[in-house]
Design a protein around this ligand. Structure first.
Ligand SMILES: Cc1cc2nc3c(=O)[nH]c(=O)nc-3n(C[C@H](O)[C@H](O)[C@H](O)COP(=O)(O)OP(=O)(O)OC[C@H]3O[C@@H](n4cnc5c(N)ncnc54)[C@H](O)[C@@H]3O)c2cc1C
Length: 283
């Protein structure tokens, strides 16, 4: 499935970017978690968005989605777990891969801190993607740290390909098969020596070769390490371009003020800039 523009993140910034791209007659795919679960959807009232002062966060997002759908934007609901830059961009969601000519990042901000050891062992026994990396750990002990509603499904997948799965979360999730060992724990510490050897769950050690950390949001730099950042936010130019060719960013991920109006404005600019980039490439 190939698109002109792929947008990662279906909040106000991503939707505005996709609508702008459709306005230039480009195909646009938005990949995002369920918008109904986003923090904005839980806001009682968004009093400061121009012209629509009476709407709740849920109502505002619903309007934005309706607009994007009527503009012909396509959607995939799910968590993007890996991103490749080669001959355009490829984004993995579950077992599917979506490709595009330009990429717009609008994932908001990651509100959960990383676990101790997570950054150190990333790619050496810490993975964010069961589909991408599961086969590497076939026949081995793996721990799934479940922080999304879909994580039990990913645990089932890992088991189906022959991984010995232990699942951990603060409480047992719905959908986790009874015969998958479950460890209730809030604190996670990833340990190893060059590569991961174990994980401490509320202090108790569980040996494993890989820890799959499954959160709703990933820091954009975990997906694309070449991105330049400043104070934890993606560095962009006035046209919302990042330092990586063909990649644009908008919304909360580029920094303060973390507000809907700024996200929508930046999204619009990012959408237009992505189209201009594609047009120049084709000329
Ligand atoms: C409780 C609350 C109240 C607020 N009130 C106001 C207000 O009154 N006025 C105002 O202007 N602003 C308000 N804000 C701020 C506002 O919500 C943000 O500034 C705005 O939503 C930013 O839009 P965004 O598109 O950049 O990011 P977001 O709205 O955060 O959208 C990003 C989306 O991308 C998804 N995503 C991230 N990573 C991935 C991935 N790997 N795969 C798939 N999807 C992914 C996220 O789950 C999320 O759905 C409030 C925020 C909160 C939490």
């Amino acid at each position: 499935m190939n698109y002109d523009v792929i947008v990662l993140g279906g909040g106000p910034a991503g939707l505005a970017a996709a609508v702008a791209a459709r306005g230039r007659n480009k195909t646009a795919l938005v990949i995002g978690n369920r918008w109904q679960d986003s923090p904005l959807a839980k806001a009682e009232k968004i009093g400061n968005y121009l012209g629509l002062p009476a709407l709740s966060g849920y109502e505002l997002l619903e309007e934005f989605h309706r607009h994007a759908e009527s503009a012909g934007v396509e959607f995939v609901v799910g968590r993007a777990t890996s991103l490749m830059t080669w001959n355009g961009f490829s984004v993995t969601v579950g077992a599917e891969v979506y490709t595009g000519g330009a990429l717009i990042l609008s994932p908001g901000v990651v509100r959960q801190a990383k676990f101790p050891g997570e950054q150190e062992f990333l790619g050496r026994g810490v993975s964010y993607c069961a589909t991408c990396d599961g086969m590497l750990y076939r026949g081995k002990d793996v721990v799934v740290v479940g922080r999304t509603a879909e994580a039990p499904e990913e645990a089932k997948y890992l088991r189906s390909i022959g991984c010995a799965v232990t699942y951990t979360a603060p409480k047992r999730p719905e959908g986790l098969p009874e015969d998958v060992p479950f460890v209730p724990a809030k604190q996670v510490e990833i340990c190893g020596d060059g590569t991961v050897t174990s994980v401490r769950l509320d202090g108790a050690e569980t040996p494993c070769a890989c820890v799959f950390v499954l959160r709703a949001a990933l820091a954009p730099t975990d997906l694309l390490p070449a991105l330049e950042t400043e104070n934890g936010y993606i560095r962009v130019g006035r046209d919302m371009s990042t330092g990586v060719e063909g990649v644009f960013a908008c919304g909360d991920c580029t920094g303060a003020p973390l507000q809907v109006a700024k996200a929508v404005g930046e999204g619009h600019v990012a959408g237009l800039s992505a189209c201009e980039y594609l047009d120049k490439k084709q000329a």
